[in-house]
Design a protein around this ligand. Structure first.
Ligand code: WTA
Length: 654
């Protein structure tokens, strides 16, 4: 937890009421929101049941709203049946068939518009192709794709036939891909020859080949979309081109109606121990909150062009690219490339050209673009923007203010949305037509979400500005169902205290005098690098898997753009390098971690020492390491250290 954060936000008292222009267009008035809160307060389940009947099309309506008989394995709408793809696509055909569903822009600037009718046809055709490859309800399918429209088509096609997708971010290494394939025992992998990012080709097929070389015995077929056209190897009998798989497939595909609790997808996320957890989400409850948050937090309107910049490899790209916006009939932008290519004006250029009205990105991107200067965004016409959002990590007030003034021209509300892979959708966030925002605060919990702060004993903290554990006290529809294949880990990770009564988010927070939430950071050993969760354990395991590394401890330190940087303390097998410097080895270890996990996990800094600071009982003193990494004065008692003489080594002074 960063003390620095508490300091800097405590003094923030600027208030921003919604702009009058925004209020004029909204469908969520203060009266409507008050009524929503009120009905949720009176009867939480009746409230969600009502939302589920209004917002979703059911093939078999549910009779039971929530089955809590096997808590904390809550089952929402258990006897109802529906299909997620039907709710996203077929519902639009009557009125919106010709409306643009997807505006796709490639890294090189190539643009495609896909209407709802066309998207429906493409999803159905590909769903039939999946069936022809032997995929049916409940089978797991890995999607390892660039950020192109076909990634969403693949997800929707799985949903259409009840197959469970697990998207693996294209930046993950062969080894991370392999872990996920093996954990899900997937039958099929959907990938591409490659993708374009910042003018370079990302090798996806060859990485898939490496992952499949040893193990992954469950995989029978690999479908390959041709994106780059560069040379790749195709293995006869296993690999098939996307276009060949679609040959002669029908453009109609009857949706497979599944139970609301049927898993829609599994998405892996880092925890503080062990390998990444396969977060399993339901179909009905998940989709419901993806939709309600589109309405309440994004105020989605028929004329909006909605751009969430997240990759489909993360939860944000699931809820706010692949599902939520389509289920509300929105026009979305999908972008293959990076914000700084060909220059730092790319996002703003795209907002102008595609007339984006709602823009949702991460603080790390805002900080990077802020560094490039206001002249760049000022040279574009951003007048179509009406709402801005952020997600992934606490946003520093300075970046919030820049976003609000330079991008939003002081007329676009900024919604700072707190949520997690596990929560499925926004939990604490402003309702932009109503909420008075404060830079750095995600404000209040949404209707029906019972968020609170408690102390270690589970007692609610009511005093203003006291830090505590962020918990959610009542189940909500889009909640994680379990950790795939590991019910015990689900219980241990999220319901460890308070008699299993409250969902433990793993974040600490405080509430100010007006009850607004201010997220302080993680309470566990999870880093947040550029808005992505990385377990320190994962990086440590990767390091010690290198033959030259005996032991390692990884901590975070504040970073201007990435939020947190990865600092690794390493003990080698054999001698410590002279003066603690060995640039070649440092580069080798960074590359190694990149290969083991993915480029985002590469340590920014590696410090070598003869051993690690441990207590007499052998526990690594992580807090001390965090202080050292930040270059802070050591104030704590170090006399219990096995070997005090290593301190200068850890500090990089010897
Ligand atoms: C952090 C991303 C502060 C938090 C949707 C959480 C945030 C973790 C915010 C989840 C925010 C996310 N303000 N912190 N608005 N949004 N976080 O699973 O620590 O990738 O627990 O989901 O990111 O990250 P995840």
């Amino acid at each position: 937890m960063s003390e620095h954060n508490i300091e800097s936000t405590l003094h923030e008292d600027r208030h921003f009421p919604p702009h009058a222009d925004f209020i004029k267009k909204t469908s969520i008035t203060t009266e409507k929101l008050t009524a929503l809160y009120k009905s949720a307060e009176i009867d939480n389940q009746a409230f969600w049941a009502d939302q589920a009947r209004t917002e979703l099309d059911w093939q078999t309506p549910f009779k039971t709203t929530l089955d809590s008989s096997n808590a904390p394995f809550y089952r929402w709408f258990p006897d109802g049946k529906l299909n997620a793809s039907y709710n996203c696509l077929d519902r639009q055909l009557a009125q919106n068939a010709d409306k643009t569903a997807i505006i796709f822009e490639g890294d090189a600037g190539d643009v495609q518009h896909i209407s709802y009718r066309e998207l429906h046809t493409r999803v159905c055709t590909f769903a039939n192709a999946l069936k022809a490859q032997g995929i049916s309800k409940g089978d797991r399918v890995i999607i390892y794709m660039p950020m192109i429209a076909e990634a969403v088509i693949a997800m929707q096609a799985c949903a259409r036939i009840g197959a469970i997708h697990s998207v693996v971010f294209g930046g993950f290494s062969a080894s991370s891909l392999k872990d996920r394939i093996e954990d899900t025992t997937a039958k099929l992998v959907i990938t591409a020859d490659g993708g374009h990012r910042g003018g370079k080709i990302i090798q996806l097929k060859s990485t898939t080949d490496t992952a499949l070389e040893s193990g992954c015995d469950s995989v029978e077929k690999v479908i390959v979309f041709k994106r780059t056209g560069h040379d790749i190897a195709m293995q006869a009998g296993r690999d098939i081109w996307w276009s060949d798989a679609e040959q002669d497939q029908n453009a109609e595909c009857e949706p497979v109606w599944v139970e609301a609790t049927h898993p829609l997808f599994i998405l892996y996320t880092s925890g503080s121990t062990g390998k990444p957890k396969g977060i399993q989400h339901s179909t009905g409850g998940y989709l419901l909150n993806a939709i309600t948050s589109m309405r309440w937090v994004f105020d989605i309107q028929p004329s909006d062009v909605f751009w969430c910049t997240a990759d489909v490899g993360w939860i944000t790209g699931h809820s706010y690219v692949a599902y939520g916006p389509l289920a509300t009939g929105a026009t979305i932008v999908i972008f293959e490339g990076v914000p700084t290519y060909p220059d730092a004006g790319r996002f703003w250029d795209m907002c102008q050209r595609h007339q984006v009205s709602i823009f949702y990105t991460a603080p790390t991107a805002i900080r990077a673009l802020m560094k490039a200067g206001a002249d760049i965004p000022n040279s574009y016409d951003l007048s179509t923007l009406r709402l801005l959002g952020t997600v992934g990590e606490p946003i520093n007030p300075e970046a919030w203010m820049w976003y609000h003034t330079v991008i939003g021209k002081e007329k676009c509300p900024v919604v700072d949305t707190w949520w997690q892979t596990e929560t499925g959708a926004h939990m604490i966030a402003p309702v932009p037509s109503v909420t008075v925002t404060k830079p750095g605060s995600c404000t209040r919990a949404l209707p029906g979400i019972d968020a609170a702060l408690v102390n270690q004993e589970g007692i609610e903290i009511t005093e203003a500005n006291q830090g505590g554990y962020l918990v959610i006290r009542q189940p909500w529809p889009s909640m994680v169902q379990t950790v795939w294949g590991d019910d015990q880990r689900y219980k241990d990770s999220y319901w460890p205290y308070f008699d299993g009564k409250y969902y433990l988010a793993g974040d600490s927070a405080r509430r100010d005098e007006e009850g607004y939430f201010w997220i302080m950071g993680r309470i566990d050993d999870v880093l947040n690098v550029s808005g992505h969760r990385l377990g320190t354990m994962e990086i440590e395991s990767a390091l010690v898997a290198h033959p030259r590394v005996a032991e390692s401890a990884v901590v975070g330190k504040p970073h201007d753009i990435k939020g947190e940087a990865v600092v690794a303390f390493v003990v080698l097998n054999g001698d410590r390098p002279d003066g603690g410097i060995d640039e070649a080895l440092t580069e080798e270890l960074r590359t190694w971690v990149g290969e083991q996990i993915g480029a985002i996990a590469k340590p920014d800094e590696i410090r070598y020492s003869d051993n690690l600071p441990k207590t007499r009982s052998g526990k690594i003193m992580r807090r001390l390491l965090r202080n050292i990494a930040k270059g802070e004065e050591i104030t704590q008692d170090t006399s219990t250290l096995e070997n005090e003489s290593i301190l200068p080594q850890l500090e990089g002074k010897a």
